[in-house]
Design a protein around this ligand. Sequence first.
Ligand code: EPU
Length: 342
Amino acid sequence: MSIERGLSLRPYNSFGLPAQARQLVRIRSDADVRRVLDHPELGRAPKLVLGGGSNTVLTRDVAALVLKVEVSGIRLVEERPDAWIIEAGAGESWHGLVEWTLAHGFPGLENMALIPGTVGASPVQNIGAYGLELKDRFESLDAVDLVTGRSVTLSAHACRFGYRDSVFKQGGFAGLAGKSLITRVRFRLPRPWQPVLGYVDLEKKMAETGVHEPDARQIFDWVCAIRRAKLPDPAAIGNAGSFFKNPVVSAEQCRDIIGRDPHIVHYPLADGRVKLAAGWLIDACGWKGKSIGRAGVYEKQALVLVNRGGASGAEVLTLARAIQESVYGRFGIRLEPEPVVV
Ligand code: EPU
């Protein structure tokens, strides 16, 4: 087992924030995790699991042992009459998986094209875009318990998926935050394939092009074009996607807010509550394109904070707090960050 010491994590977080790992071990299999746990010095050390670093804000050097997940491989594991089951290693790139499934004739993930990060991180925050969430295509996953070293398989029910949430983000006795490392994820891609076209941006594409029965490849191309037009590419401009979750408020609270701001973008939920577009709230407070230090609010999507070059994690957090205060001041709504702050 090779232990890397004093390694810069800048290339390993999509925000491009400076931080060092005191010690880092690359994990390529379940057995690699057990080797770490059996190690006399590392076994009991606090641990931080790092995937593609696309949902992490590093604000300091990491004293915990960093486990960098690099489990690879993608394969069809089962062909059922009603679904294809695809398994992917947690270290595979998410977008790479979406491309692989389309190239091999297993459509169903195309609405989630171009989401940055790895396969292993996808269930942690139940990634989602353009009308589809990971939980809609999830079959099961394998994880290793970071205390006992036991491998377990978890169903969707055990993962407790919510909006950008799962058992892997939840702490306390019942949660698994920091307690396990995901090694493989299996996806259920329903047969026959059905397009998911309800999202307004996709409806606009259909109207613009006159294509009303797109195939999966067409939807993939549209989603890539929509994302490229309004979201920064982390390879060019450091960012972690949406920085805040879209807040959910009661119908009464929403009526109040609409009374004051009739244009507010909102979506009614099945349970009577209402989801508000955080990007709109931040935009309405005048933040779009603004910066504090070297951290900024992206010009084309106010929900995305960016590294304008050389920003520290502390600068990103200062900007995030200033945004939270102004949205609270004007709308009485507390925005909750989506990425994990380390
Ligand atoms: N809006 C503004 N100003 C802005 C940004 C947005 O007025 O600066 C308005 C838009 O015009 C639109 C509404 O807010 O009417 C919603 O914007 P958008 O469609 O871009 O989606 P979002 O709610 O901002 C969510 C996800 C994204 C996902 C898109 C598409 C969250 C936190 N974000 O963004 O996910 O790609 O929908 O499905 O749920 C991510 O989680 O990292 C992410 C990028």
